[in-house]
Design a protein around this ligand. Structure first.
Ligand code: ATP
Length: 467
């Protein structure tokens, strides 16, 4: 990581803690690796992202429905999906400290910026090739010690369901939400009037035993996914066109709905070697994080592989009957899969702005994303008439907007705090307000201040939030 980039990330991490977006999990006990909790501001921002995704991809589309399946599924699910057999990362261990690392990540760090490796795609390397590479270039651990040979390390978390007799049945915490969609395919088909092509979306927690540390909420043990399986008949629907239309929807969501800058986004197509054997095409939508271009959202054409695997393992009939021809077949799927927490981090990085001229940090979040839409202040805390009026205004506005009320410290400090949590507008009640019924509305980005009549505030914000 370059020094400057490191600094940006440090500043974002510190803002997250200072302002209640993200805290290290169980910090009072020394924390837990690759685990973070979301504070009051973070919980609001996460919820906004989740709701916007659900609204865009489930509620606003006639061809989509949503489900909410369990975290623990029947263990056979993960045999059928291939996760038990091959959901692995290549792991190496520092021979001295016994700290573990992803071999591919060590190789990526080693080749970064080196001309001779500019054409090497690390994702293409299998374990044997990684072993050879590590040997040939004598790669060491970040602490400078020798490392073991890469070994396949399964990412699924295991747990057990207990019983009175003491016997326990092994189950897994889901490694992705997608499998809950496949296992419910027949139920969705039978209980809803869905016709191909249609999709099923789901948002929920997934779990992976990630060993790479230090990537903040980009890579955690427990995270939230928003996944879609879009089912279609390949004889009737041109998969290339469908794939492209999903790519366009993903791009639009990030740029138009979440308001992220296009220059920080790029498509990366998986090479033939990197792509899963059943996938016909896979792309990553990468975001330019302070630690480099990294996968935000994946999209893959997975053919009929997953449903067929579940047919084989469950012996159930997971076919669709074409209403026109009565032909039975297993549908194909296109899967757009995104991490909610990676979108969260992206919006923070994209909105983080150091306004040196005005000596402030501003989180220029899209208004739809801001944890608080408005903040209401009485100019002075110890003037009951101001506090009372401000409370009245706050009570009115909080019916329509998520609002903060703040009377601590001076107004300048309150503005700084709201700027750092991305509140688009602050409303201040001063002595003139008691006379003329007007308040000061201050804009986060321009810092412009306007006097607006209290009775017209609702209409004013309705217009401002539509912009
Ligand atoms: P990576 O290569 O970065 O480990 P992946 O290719 O394994 O990711 P997928 O299996 O395609 O990821 O999962 C779909 C999405 O879930 C990813 O695009 C990412 O946004 C998110 N995701 C995956 N693993 C994690 C994690 N450990 N923490 C947070 N988000 C994750």
């Amino acid at each position: 990581m370059a020094k400057k980039e490191e600094k940006t990330m440090d500043k974002i991490v510190s803002l997250c803690k200072r302002r209640g977006f993200i805290y290290p999990t169980s910090e009072i006990y020394g924390g837990l690796a690759n685990s973070y909790d979301y504070g009051p501001m973070g919980a609001e921002l996460l919820r906004n992202i989740r709701n916007l995704w659900w609204r865009e991809f489930v509620n606003k589309r006639q061809d989509m429905v949503g489900i909410d399946s369990q975290i623990m599924l029947h263990p056979k699910t993960w045999l059928a999906s291939g996760h038990v057999g091959s959901f692995n990362d290549p792991m190496v261990e520092d021979k001295k400290t016994h700290k573990r690392y992803r071999a591919d990540h060590l190789i990526e760090e080693f080749i970064e910026g080196k001309e001779e490796f500019k054409d090497l795609v690390v994702e293409d390397l299998d374990i044997k090739e990684m072993t050879d590479f590590i040997k040939k270039y004598e790669l060491k651990s970040p602490d400078g010690n020798e490392i073991t040979q890469p070994k396949a390390f399964n990412l699924l978390f295991e747990t057990a369901i207990g019983s009175v007799s003491g016997e326990k049945a092994k189950v897994y915490l889901r490694g992705e939400t997608a499998q809950g969609i496949f296992t419910n395919f027949k139920q969705v088909l039978d209980s809803n009037r869905v016709k191909l092509p249609f999709g099923v979306g789901q948002i929920g927690k997934s779990f992976r035993n990630e060993i790479t540390t230090g990537q903040f909420v980009f890579r955690t043990l427990e995270f939230e996914q928003a996944e879609i399986e879009y089912f279609f008949n390949p004889d009737e629907t041109d998969w290339k066109k469908l794939f492209k239309s999903w790519q366009d929807s993903m791009w639009k969501f990030i740029t138009e709905i979440l308001g992220v800058k296009e220059k920080n986004l790029r498509w990366r197509r998986h090479t033939d070697k990197e792509r899963s054997h059943y996938s016909k095409d896979t792309y990553d939508l990468d975001y330019n994080y302070p630690f480099g271009w990294k996968e935000l959202w994946g999209i893959a054409y997975r053919t009929d592989y997953d449903l067929k695997q579940h047919v084989e393992y469950s012996k159930e009939n997971l076919t669709y009957t074409d209403p026109k021809t009565n032909k039975k077949f297993v549908p194909h799927v296109i899967e757009p899969a995104v991490g909610v927490n990676r979108m969260f981090l992206m919006t923070l990085v994209d909105g983080f702005f150091e306004d040196k001229e005005n000596d402030r940090i501003v989180l220029k979040l899209d208004k739809k994303l801001a944890p608080y839409k408005l903040a209401v202040f009485p100019l002075l805390k110890n003037k009951p008439e101001l506090v009372e009026k401000a409370k009245e205004v706050y009570d009115e506005l909080k019916e329509s907007y998520v609002c903060d009320f703040d009377s601590n410290g001076n107004v300048g400090k309150r503005y700084r705090r709201q700027d750092e949590i991305g509140t688009p507008y602050c409303v201040t009640i001063d002595f003139d307000s008691l006379e003329d019924g007007k308040v000061t509305v201050r804009d986060r980005d321009t810092m412009e201040q306007k006097r607006v009549e209290i009775g017209k505030l609702e209409a004013y914000f309705l217009e401002e939030f539509e912009k």
